[in-house]
Design a protein around this ligand. Structure first.
Ligand SMILES: *Cc1c(COP(=O)(O)O)cnc(C)c1O
Length: 304
């Protein structure tokens, strides 16, 4: 049995009314560790466990670290998550709650990641948060589930950080003979490494991440994500942090599910960026979730 669950697929009445077209939600916010990441990370961890690895290491102080911790607990494997001093108390608590060890090291992710790399040995599998084909194959199960339910759709809207989710959705579309379906790739201002790469015609490194949507905070997208934009129809949309947070709060009222701004960015297409959907009649939105934002935090961002 895989480590992820088969999530609900809902036609959202409130989002459809707001957007003026049919909006379907793949509710991966309801995965046990709170985000879609367990699909790919669960698949990768199972792969490494079968191959004889005895321990997992992650350097994500966000949903990837939480997903590795969850997978390790389920598989009975010890997990160490190296996080920078900037990691939130909530994220660290969620990782520890899964029984994993949290090692705080360095001012930024780069330093935490270097320390994680120095902790690897032959028995240890390092689980990357987005740049690994094993992850993409796992994320692709989202599209398998949607297709199995018989839904047809004319676009997929999703959030982009390092591009693992997008790479996985593209793989899922391809293996279901849907490679022609366009992707709407959403980022926030200050984390728009894909939009910048598409504009420049090559991958570019952002000088810093300035968005509150830290789960989208990859300074450079993966090679695979950029390649997808060259071979597939990808519309890039960038929304403000404010629009993303507002979408989270409206979504909480509309669907009674709390998600991070990383997910709110995609939901904001329905609430405040309908123009980005104007060419489509039935849009599949990946409600990717995220466990690291509390209601108090969303409200504080909203009034900031
Ligand atoms: C990781 C994450 C993303 C971005 O996924 P990438 O594979 O890095 O593009 C979006 N939303 C949430 C909630 C995430 O945890």
């Amino acid at each position: 049995m895989p480590l992820h669950i088969n999530t609900p697929l809902l036609e959202s009445r409130p989002l459809s009314l707001a957007a003026g077209r049919s909006i379907w939600l793949k509710m991966d916010a309801l995965q046990p560790p709170g985000s879609f990441k367990i699909r790919g990370i669960g698949a990768a961890c199972e792969h490494h466990a079968k191959a004889g690895k005895r321990r997992f290491v992650s350097s994500s102080g966000g949903n990837a670290g939480i997903a590795v911790a969850y997978a390790g607990r389920r598989l009975g494997m010890p997990v160490s998550v190296f996080v920078p001093e900037t990691a939130t108390e909530l994220a660290k608590a969620l990782i520890r709650q899964e029984g994993a060890e949290v090692i705080v090291h360095g001012a930024s992710w780069q330093e935490a990641n270097e320390r994680a790399m120095s902790a690897l040995d032959a028995d240890t599998a390092f689980i990357h948060p987005f740049d690994d084909p094993l992850l993409w194959t796992g994320h692709a199960t989202m599209i398998d589930e949607v297709v199995a339910e018989g839904l047809s759709f004319d676009a997929v809207a999703l959030s982009v950080g390092g591009g693992g989710l997008m790479s996985g959705i593209v793989e899922g579309l391809a293996r279901n003979s849907l490679a022609h379906i366009p992707i709407i790739a959403v980022e926030t201002e200050g984390a728009a490494s894909l939009a910048d790469a598409m504009e420049a015609g090559q991958r570019v490194q952002l000088p810093a991440i300035t968005s509150i949507a830290t789960s989208l905070g990859a300074r450079i997208v993966s090679e695979r994500a950029f390649e997808v934009t060259q071979t597939q129809s990808v519309d890039s949309v960038v929304v403000s942090d404010h629009a993303a947070v507002e979408a989270c709060l409206r979504f909480l009222d509309d669907h009674r599910v709390l998600v991070e701004p990383a997910c709110g960015a995609t939901l904001a297409l329905a609430y405040s960026h309908m123009d980005a959907l104007s060419r489509y009649n039935r849009v599949l939105m990946i409600a990717c979730g995220g466990a690291t934002a509390s209601l108090a935090q969303l409200q504080a961002w909203h009034t900031a």
